[in-house]
Design a protein around this ligand. Sequence first.
Ligand SMILES: [Zn+2]
Length: 462
Amino acid sequence: MNILDTLISGGDVLLPDSLVKADLGLKDGKVAGVYSPGTAPTAAETIDATGKTILPGIVDIHFHVRAPAYPERGTVLSETRAAAAGGVTTLFEMPISKPCCSTPEELTRRRDHFSENAVIDFALYAAPGDLTEASRDKMMDIGAIAWKIFTTPSPAGRADEFEGLAFPDEADQLRALQLLADTGMPIVVHAESASLLAYFEDAAKALDPADAATHGISRPAICETVAVAKLLAMNMTAQAKLHIAHVTSAETVRVLRAFAGTSDFTAETCPQYLFTTEEDVAKAGIYAKVNPPIRHQADQDALWQAIEDGVINYVTTDHAPFAKAEKQAAEGNFPAAPPGVPGIEFILPAMLDAVAQGRLSLKRAHELICSNGARRYGLYPFKGALLPGSAADVTIVDLNGETVLSSATLHTHAREVARLFEGRHLRGNVAQTILQGKTVFKDGAVIGAQGAGEFVTPAAGK
Ligand SMILES: [Zn+2]
């Protein structure tokens, strides 16, 4: 009789503290054991991972598909298939939808929609909505993984997508932090100063809308830096579990350093800020527009330094697909273009390439895109580790393989607008992705079933 369902043999397994040559046993959707080579019990199926590296499945804590709204941009099915292809086994979906995911009703509706369609596991953020305890508590009962707010106002014409999510007023930001501090769950903030944005956007109206530099000038780093400084100052009073989304600039890194130790806060950046600069935006045009903007080489250098120093401990995708028609309609017009790039198939190969370049260790790279997130949201070691009892979510990579980013081979529905990383050759590729013990991606093909992904709540880590 077979004791194990699956044995992954012959590879190097990334454990929390070391990379070891070992065989990994899976049973009933969980890790059964890590064995010295040749000592594992019998298994129904053996995966030969000779020459490969076995990682805990990637957990992306910042993702947008916006479903069930806007299927023309990408659906839960298409974007979770893309995630599986990128080695991601759990994603955390942000609350921007239509209407906004800021009520118990909408959270329930999204949970059910994702459950029917997701190929990988998913968690859902909630926006704090009307800032009442009653609504907050209901959304916790449903299983929201954490909270999200913006310090910016709703973009023009999109009020329903940001209702209960956008809090440009500082008093409301403080109220939200205080209301949510008791929940013990992270509050992720998109931090840019509303009034400074309005000021600089107005000033940029005189500039050439086709020039990539116009976008950066209309949302300079000071907008981010000031908003982050104010939030961290407020959090000295609120003492919420704060997480600053997508840090882009050297100045903001200085602020994060200055406030170290004053409250429980963490910060993330994204591959678009670590691997590209304004020069790449100039080449890709409006397809590379993201908010906050991709900045200068000195900013990129400061972000890598912050990673080295432990000031920034999370790298997330901020994956945001758009329809080709929407991006095309704004060709040559940065102010009008929708912001966001699809990056879910880029993050892991990009980080593996950085490891190959000697920028950081494999262990550190994996912490940034997986285990630190699992820890921060209370899911570790169920997610983010390969220890007995952990979820059998496994990503098998070939560190010596190559990934070529090409719209011809991407799985995201937004492949035609994925121009920022187009054509990049990266050292390292994703060979196989396993969710709950079952293969969902192998040798370039997604084979995971629609609806196989499970809803992940804070209780999963308990
Ligand atoms: Zn985002």
